[in-house]
Ligand binder design. Structure first.
Ligand SMILES: [Zn+2]
Ligand SMILES: [Zn+2]
Length: 105
């Protein structure tokens, strides 16, 4: 499992450096060295500019709920209960894919 994570990390680092993989589509996180769903709750994954995990209306970070068993991932603003954006949707999709990838490992 760890070997698979490291292999995927290296592969994605190279693909990203080559410009063929967008950071948003990575299943691993090069900052934390983990699958994206395992560290997405970290403040490092909040970005008010791109609106990753950010509610513009409330100026607030979205809370994260990851259910590895069902594979479900939700991100909601603790103030208004919404706070969605294209960037956050993409992050949710990456988390769901990384749960799948980890299972397959
Ligand atoms: Zn991370
Ligand atoms: Zn909000």
């Amino acid at each position: 499992m760890i070997a698979n994570l490291i292999a995927t990390l290296v592969e994605e680092d190279l693909a990203e450096d080559d410009g063929v993989l967008a950071p948003d589509d990575r299943l691993t996180c090069h900052v934390h060295g983990r699958w994206i769903h395992q560290c997405v709750a970290s403040p490092v994954h909040v970005n008010p500019v791109t609106r990753h995990r950010w509610c513009r209306g409330c100026d607030a970070e979205l809370g994260v709920v990851v259910d590895e068993v069902s594979g479900d991932v939700a991100m909601r603003c603790p103030r208004c209960g919404r706070g969605g954006s294209a960037a956050t949707n993409r992050l949710i999709a990456a988390c769901r894919a990384s749960i799948e990838a980890r299972r397959a490992a």
